[in-house]
Write a protein that binds this ligand. Structure first.
Ligand SMILES: [Zn+2]
Length: 298
């Protein structure tokens, strides 16, 4: 089910692509000790963790932001028919994501901007779709925004091998190059103002070119943080980086800084993969942070 929340003059709608179990907590967060997990597992189950299987719950979703004259997508999920041998859960996925997007009131032609928080397989997949054997941009009228840092880091001819190279194999060729060829890719660095109180900022660590999108509209603040958080345990223990972080230490620094800002501003935090489609408000607590409330408008 699609859900919409209005922040200032911006409507935020969640469109779900995929939901499922992933891996045990310690596999996802190599620095985690079980005692920390146990102290919080009562509220982490069942939305974020299945105690019967000891597997984390995740989802892949796109945020659709509507202003008076723009439709902006934040991340484009896994996509259909993409060959992902290094990421079995995402290999040749076939979902009705575009139908759900239309049900949320957005035709692909309506999209004016696609924000890519980083260049991972589960964030850029619907950049393109398969038409007659070719990958073509799914959103023909959109400008796709990607950091130059991630474009260069994940470029197959970039001359180095990222930590997640196997899981991301093929992604650049089927989801980035066709957009670049169509003249729809715009690379940016440091900060990019989008108008309507929306601003992209570099947030390195998870990948070198990871970014967050900040929204200030009326009295409302929101931070769309991509994969800065995979699970709420990282709110109470912000130094826990995931096994998918290219630079775990830089990811921790960025996470702490971003959570402190969210707590100070009473900003809603929108992580990419939080089960249940939840946005979170956080507060400073001890060495880390705590969840003040979570939820999302219907
Ligand atoms: Zn992700």
């Amino acid at each position: 089910m699609n859900q919409t929340l209005t922040l200032g003059s911006v409507d935020v709608t969640r469109v779900l692509e995929y939901t499922g179990a992933t891996r045990p907590p310690e596999a996802m967060f190599p620095g985690l000790d079980r005692a920390t997990w146990r102290a919080h597992e009562d509220w982490l189950a069942p939305a974020f963790w299945n105690p019967a299987t000891d597997l984390l719950q995740t989802c892949v979703q796109t945020w659709v932001l509507r202003t008076a004259d723009e439709t902006i997508l934040i991340d484009t999920g896994v996509g259909n028919h993409k060959q992902r041998p290094g990421a079995p859960a995402f290999d040749r996925l076939d979902t009705d994501f575009l139908t759900r997007l239309r049900a949320a009131g957005t035709e692909p032609e309506d999209v004016t901007t696609v924000v890519l928080t980083h260049l991972h397989a589960d964030h850029v997949g619907w950049n393109t779709r398969l038409v007659g054997g070719d990958w073509v941009p799914t959103f023909p009228n959109a400008t796709y925004l990607l950091t130059r840092a991630d474009f260069e880091y994940w470029h197959p001819e970039g001359g180095h091998r990222p930590r997640l190279a196997a899981a991301n194999e093929g992604v650049f060729d089927d989801s980035i190059r066709p957009v670049e060829r169509a003249g729809q890719l715009r690379l940016w660095e440091d900060v990019l103002e989008l108008g309507h109180g929306l601003r992209l900022e570099a947030a390195p660590g998870h990948t070198p070119g990871s970014a967050i999108l900040t929204l200030t509209s009326g009295r409302d603040h929101a931070l769309f943080v991509g994969d800065l958080l995979h699970n709420p345990i990282q709110i109470v223990a912000p130094d826990l980086s995931s096994c998918f972080c290219e630079d775990p230490s830089a990811a921790s620094t960025t996470r702490r800084r971003t959570l402190a800002r969210a707590a100070g501003q009473h900003a809603l935090v929108f992580p990419a993969h939080l089960g249940g489609g939840l946005a979170v408000e956080v507060t400073e607590a001890g060495p880390g942070f705590a969840v003040r409330r979570w939820g999302f408008g219907q």
